[in-house]
Design a protein around this ligand. Structure first.
Ligand code: TMP
Length: 238
């Protein structure tokens, strides 16, 4: 069946979601917009959406090849991705290898310090509350998931994704510092990795120079945002 793009059903900060003629499929359009600090800071970078679509495509394919179930179906054009329709679990799963960002700020751990083990954190996906850090009991009270087993599943997949991506990016001379994952439940009840995996949602540092090649260039006004995303795509494809 030829997939037809229908009306927009949702607009987020980085993507728009469209219905299709198939009730089980949606089309994600990657936007050029950039936001930070819960959209207090806004910007745009022409071509960023298409770079993110290409980067996400490669990463989802790599993860699927390695046994991770994702919502990815097919890339339709420069910035359009066909995905399985899922109900998003309102938890941002953050996986960290090296301290930086909100972890350094909150706990005073020096930026750049390698963590003694892989840290997995849950944040409640709620813009009005500013996506607060939560623990397992909070997640259950908030009805984000039905059981503690589902939280264990999110942690387990987060760690598996980390192992696959850390090794992959290491071979591209990039340090995978940390990243954020989102998951969804499909119409059969399966938990699938969803959303995107891009320099908007991950931190990448050059292995030798430690140069930041991700959205921190926008967050911290370091300049050359698009060049950094282009460099990440170039290395992924190399
Ligand atoms: P943090 O250090 O600001 O908590 O960010 C941890 C990781 O999560 C980092 O790779 C950036 C990513 N992230 C998002 O994808 N969306 C967000 O809203 C935030 C705050 C972080």
């Amino acid at each position: 069946m030829q997939v037809e793009q229908k009306e927009m059903m949702y607009e987020g900060k980085g993507k728009k979601l469209y219905k299709t003629n198939d009730a089980n499929l949606v089309i994600a359009e990657f936007k050029d917009d950039l936001t930070a600090f819960n959209a207090e800071k806004k910007g745009s970078e022409e071509g960023k959406g298409s770079l993110n679509c290409k980067i996400s495509t490669e990463i989802f394919k790599l993860l699927q090849k390695n046994g991770i179930k994702t919502h990815y179906v097919e890339t339709l054009s420069d910035n359009l991705m066909l995905c399985k329709k899922v109900q998003i679990i309102p938890i941002e799963v953050v996986v960290r290898n090296i301290a930086t960002g909100s972890l350094s700020k909150r706990l005073g751990i020096k930026e750049g310090e390698k963590l003694p083990f892989v840290l997995v954190e849950f944040y409640y996906k709620d813009d009005a509350l500013g996506d607060p850090l939560i623990n397992d009991e909070h997640a259950l009270i908030l009805n984000c998931v039905k059981s503690v087993e589902s939280l264990e599943t999110l942690r387990k997949i987060g760690r598996e994704v980390n192992e696959i991506l850390r090794e992959f990016f290491d071979s591209k001379n990039l340090l995978l510092v940390d990243f954020k994952l989102e998951f969804g439940v499909d119409n059969e009840g399966n938990i699938l990795l969803a959303d995107e995996i891009t320099p908007d949602s991950c931190r990448f540092w050059d292995k030798e120079t430690k140069e930041k090649l991700d959205k921190d260039r926008f967050r911290q006004d370091l300049g050359n945002v698009k060049m950094a995303y282009e460099e990440v795509l170039k290395r992924i494809l190399s």
